[in-house]
Design a protein around this ligand. Sequence first.
Ligand SMILES: [Zn+2]
Length: 294
Amino acid sequence: MSLFTLPALAFGQPDKQPFDGQLAMEHIAQQVSFGPRTADYAGKQKTLTYIQQLLEPEADQVLVQSFKSYGLVGNNLWASFYGTDSKQTNHRRIMLAAHWDTRPIAEHDSVPAKRAEPVIGANDGASGVAVLLEIARLLSEKRAPATIDLVFFDLEDMGNIDNLPFSIGATEFVRKNPFYRPNAGVVVDMVCDRELEIPLERFSRDGAKDLQDQIWRIARSQGATAFKDRKGTYIEDDHLPFLRAGLDVVNLIHWPFPKSWHTSGDTIDQCSADSLQQVGRVIAEFIYLKREPL
Ligand SMILES: [Zn+2]
């Protein structure tokens, strides 16, 4: 399987062949077709294999880091696309990250009998992965000036189940890779809803204001109306372990959460190619920005 087996595309410069929301939708459809991406479901391994097999032929390095935490086993996947200005003294490294696991329970479902079932996670899980995989297609065609690390975290969505925290995988990633100090990072989570609204998440605001402002400036210039100029709330997500380690990482997340959140209704019919495309194009412009040498 290769990124090039996706629907026929003339690969050009990313600015000529920009981030395609429809292709990102295909990646959501694939993940959803594998079933829940949580322990004891076949969809978990299938999805890890899917991501790995797409990226291995294209990236300069792909690592799967397994870990054990809270008695759980998880796998973070880390794919690097080396930057074109890697010889420059101020060479930059940017992390783009998303969680690839899905929640084992749909505790907010309106039907009590469904609350013990796993969510399918078209939005909460698959959408962030889909954005990263479509970015990988751009990078496979044209590397960015900066080195881009696409990081897929496992075990984000075990929070408040048996007293477990959120972001177990991201926490393990920071613990295992203390040498990894990207200049900037963006976490994408729940970005496909048809009525997507991404306000200024508060932990990101407090910890990485300049980076958040830069991303919102790009959004404004592109007319990406899903990005809202209002403050959101404080959301525990995979950016937190990085902010706590002193790194500038911003969270792009739908808030207030859509009605489908942690329900059996988190399905692909709630997703929109346009929402994905707005987010993807803002991120693409951010990573392809040329920075002058020091
Ligand atoms: Zn969730």
